[in-house]
Design a protein around this ligand. Structure first.
Ligand SMILES: NC(=O)C1=CN([C@@H]2O[C@H](COP(=O)(O)OP(=O)(O)OC[C@H]3O[C@@H](n4cnc5c(N)ncnc54)[C@H](OP(=O)(O)O)[C@@H]3O)[C@@H](O)[C@H]2O)C=CC1
Ligand SMILES: O=C(O)C1=N[C@H](C(=O)O)C[C@H](O)C1
Length: 265
């Protein structure tokens, strides 16, 4: 039987793309869509999709519709509430919304006892591999800069992907060279710093989601780059997570284990 899916943030850039991906998959059934600012509208009107679904203001209709998995691409404050609601109601959650901190993850681990949750900073397979390669390379280099570039409507910085990359590189190596900068003419000219890794955020009209990890050591550099030119790039990962979440108890961070890159969660 097709898995019954709800989408939170259905009127947004990602949410509407997820609605299309769910509708296009014969093993998934889109049964509820939530987006408070578009409540009451036909999903068709909001997204142009061929559907009779009406956008709900809150998650309550999601239960009536029998949703088994909820996908969240909203804002971090909304996602926190949506996650709590999923955990409370035994609905599996697949979360792409960025901006979660360690506290949020710890809370989710406590909350998800009746259902499971996958939180991924990036659902594009190439981005998952980029983060993996950057983590592998980290111990062999002395300096690391992450340059993330996104569309100019993105509200959070740095991106969730850049944060996750920096955290994993910082955990993989503690021997980054000290920053030589002793004076800056403009604040933040050297970007933000996380565990010795520098992070720089660009917001560029026309771009979608891009990241370069630039590692350096004596006489050589290694640049690892990923580009999402279209939100379709995230959909295979989202669909994979929607189908796999049921079999991954508790909270799973990232797609690595779902893709077999690391054993376990
Ligand atoms: N993990 C990944 O692979 C990816 C993650 N993202 C992340 O996903 C998030 C969404 O991105 P994007 O789609 O571009 O953003 P959008 O602003 O286009 O979409 C967010 C949508 O959520 C709606 N919304 C706000 N509050 C709620 C709520 N309580 N319940 C349901 N819907 C709500 C917004 O409505 P309104 O606009 O009216 O406020 C909007 O329609 C961001 O955090 C982004 O970083 C994006 C791409 C890939
Ligand atoms: O807002 C976006 O667009 C994206 N957000 C995610 C992030 O913050 O890393 C994933 C991807 O980069 C697109």
């Amino acid at each position: 039987m097709a898995r019954r899916v709800a989408v939170f943030g259905a009127g947004g850039r990602m949410g509407s793309t997820v609605c299309r991906a769910v509708m296009d998959d014969p093993d998934l059934d889109l049964v509820a869509v939530v987006d408070p600012h578009h409540a009451g509208l036909d999903l068709r009107q909001v997204t142009g999709l061929d559907t009779d679904l009406v956008v709900d203001a809150d998650a309550d209709g999601t239960l009536d519709a029998g949703a088994e998995v909820a996908v969240d691409f909203t804002l971090v404050e909304a996602a926190r509430q949506n996650l709590a609601w999923c955990a409370e109601n035994g609905v599996h959650a697949v979360v792409g919304t960025s901006g979660f901190g360690e506290d949020d993850v710890a809370r989710a681990r406590e909350q998800f006892t009746r259902s499971n949750c996958v939180i991924a900073p990036n659902f594009a397979i190439g981005a998952v591999l980029m983060m993996h390669f950057a983590e592998l390379a980290a111990p062999y280099f002395d300096t690391a800069d992450i340059v993330e570039t996104h569309h100019d409507a993105k509200v959070d910085a740095p991106s969730g992907t850049a944060m996750a990359t920096a955290e994993r590189m910082a955990a993989a190596s503690s021997t980054w060279a000290a920053d030589p900068t002793t004076s800056t003419v403009l604040d933040s000219a050297r970007g933000a710093e996380l565990g010795g890794v520098r992070v720089h955020s660009l917001r560029v009209r026309g771009m979608v989601a891009h990241q370069e990890v630039v590692l350096g050591t004596t006489g050589q550099t290694l640049t690892i780059r990923h580009d999402s030119y279209d939100r379709a790039s995230f959909m295979p990962g989202v669909v994979l997570a929607v189908k796999a979440v049921e079999d991954h108890p508790g909270v799973t961070l990232g797609l690595r284990s779902l893709l077999g890159l690391v054993p376990g969660g």
